[in-house]
Design a protein around this ligand. Sequence first.
Ligand code: NAP
Length: 258
Amino acid sequence: MSSAQEKFTRQTITHLHTWTPNLFSFRCTRDAGFRFTAGQFARLGVRKASGAIVWRGYSMVSSPFDEFLEFFSIVVPGGEFTSELSKLEVGDEILIEKQAHGFLTLDRFVDGDNLWLLATGTGLAPFLSMLQDFEIWQRFEQIVLVYSVRSESELAYRDLLDEILSREYVAEYAHKFTFVPVVTREEVPGSLGVRITDLLVSGELEKHVGLPMEAQNSRVLICGNPEMVEDCRMLLQKRDMQLSMTRRPGAVAVENYW
Ligand code: NAP
């Protein structure tokens, strides 16, 4: 099969960054024809020693305007995909499907004044891409990023967040942004200490930020642990905040991260 007929392109790993023994990020080259909307994911393929290719979806951390692609990954002990992925080195090949996927994008919402981004673990990735896109800053009056991890060392990308806020096209809107780190298995000053679901039930999250989360003005994107995503979705449904569908715009959009 010629490369034009194949569903994927071959890209090269250019950078690796280790956050913790089980958490890393990597950059690779980007095919000039690969287009995506901030919040979407790519299907990545790695070759096993047997020659078989394993595929998984990974949200882009990088912005649609970057010349490279960046991804954020956990190493799942014994995991078929991530154990292969974590062995890759700079210069190695990674396969990327030509088509990007996913509906965790701002165009799910037709209105709303404030935007809540709820992430656990590597589910942070799509929100980093969105925050680098100008649209989010223009569209919303307030943007709250809630990022829940088990331990402080897993709070990745804080430097990138600071750097995004200081970019010329963002700086004048930076006052709109609130970052809420949540560390659930260690006591960390400046971080909330219980799960996002519990913070929603108790109302502590809204109290902490000083902003209500309600159907009329709030829009919520959720990404990460599938149980957290489902439980948050149900809690929001009780507030009359429904999933946004193509034919029935709502207040919530979700993506499971594994
Ligand atoms: P995680 O268990 O998802 O925890 C990350 C944060 O989410 C923690 O603050 C955790 O709180 C919270 N959380 C977990 N379940 C929740 C729920 N039902 N409702 C609300 N909050 C919840 O941890 P992780 O380190 O990101 O990932 C752990 C495991 O997930 C890995 O060992 C791996 O097996 C799997 N994983 C797989 C993939 C994949 O691609 N296959 C990707 C990511 C993760 P607590 O500390 O209270 O639990």
